[in-house]
Design a protein around this ligand. Sequence first.
Ligand code: PLP
Length: 480
Amino acid sequence: MTPDEFRRAGHELIDFIADYLDTAPPEPGGPQNERSVATRPVQPTVESGDVRAALPEHPPTAPEPWEDVMADVERIIVPGITNWQHPGWFAYFPANISYPSVLGELLSAGLGVQGMSWVTSPACTEVETLMLDWMQELLGLPAAFHSTSESGGGVIQGSASEATLVAILSARHRATGGAVNADGATTKLVAYATSQSHSSIEKGLRIAGIGTDRIRTIAHDENFAMRPDALRQTIDADLAAGLTPFFANSNHGSTSSMAFDPSPEIGAICRDHDIWFHVDSAMAGIAALVPEFRWVNDGIQLADSYCTNPHKWMGVNFDCTTYWTTDRASLLGALSILPEYLRSAAAESGEVIDYRDWQIPLGRRFRALKLWFTIRMDGVDSFQERIRRDVALTQDLALRAASDDRFSVVAPHPLNLVCLALTGGDEATDELIERANASGTALFTRTVLDGRSVLRVSIGSHTTRAQHVDAAWELITRDV
Ligand code: PLP
């Protein structure tokens, strides 16, 4: 491809993306935007194997023109995707993108920077540090997370799952005084979380060599929040058995039901026993951008580590998890290895950050660009407006469900997720979810809360407005 061909293809591709994301209704008498995500079914109608079968089985032997590739994108790829940016997106969690974040991603790809160390691209490191400090300020997070704090700092991870793993490895390092690096012994370490915690907690623990027999599932209350009394009792029993409590996870907005564990109490217990206290607020933490929702941070001043995902509700396209720790020394102790070929005078001066030591892989992209672009060009007001709108729409929907005998609202709904069940029972709820999802106009996720089938309505797609929630309610209540 030549530079001029690239320029032309780039224009066409940006046009395509702009059309795809444009969900505005057509002007009266004007043409319909056939490319818009809003004109497509939320879930693709393809069967398993259809996409691959539509593509040549073997690679081409000669370069193909852009037009042919783009034609396949429109004909095969886009009809084969699930449309996460659809206004009828009520499934899983929002995975919002924004125009500035797409531009930031494009620039990151175009610059082709490999920012593993400060010296391999100083701007990559320094913009990232600044972005973590901006986010610390915007979210009202503890000063101990700031890059200028004595022992803390932040980094962009690819995902909350990676952030959790990094937290667990730091905790493991601290609990063993670094001995784990020499002998790998983890057999006495015990971790604590509720059954409502994200699966990435167990996955991270497994990767770190903590067997499921030493992952304690702490009882939750009727709101799906951890019971601190149960945590304390379990820790006492483990200590009496000669084990070493080393890691506890607190959910600030659990995936299934948006439960908030009581971090002030959990954090205090962890402090008493020098247990690493991690707060997972992957989805909900972004609500702290809005002053009246800053309660989502309650107790995180006690956290050793914390993560939230701008790649969910904030509008920075995946992947962008912001992770902070107050114990940089344990993080670096766990993850820093310095081969000769990575030595640099800058690193040895101690004045720069080498983010390769703050994450699992060595290599890293210039992900801070998309956060920087989004904050600068969309602005905090627009994030606040979206969050307030989504929460208001959710509260309105919850009210409708609560005053309808056919439904029960089965969990607290402080933000943008409401969990509903049909009073008719699990079978009826499951059938409702299947029917609604088959409509193609909206998508919901099923979960189970305390043994009961539940329809989750997650409101947070940047394209969703009141009329789409009205349509979703109409869809849910039709024929039940
Ligand atoms: N933690 C919570 C509470 C989540 O809701 C999710 C995603 O749904 C995750 C962790 C995992 O996020 P990621 O895909 O960034 O690993």
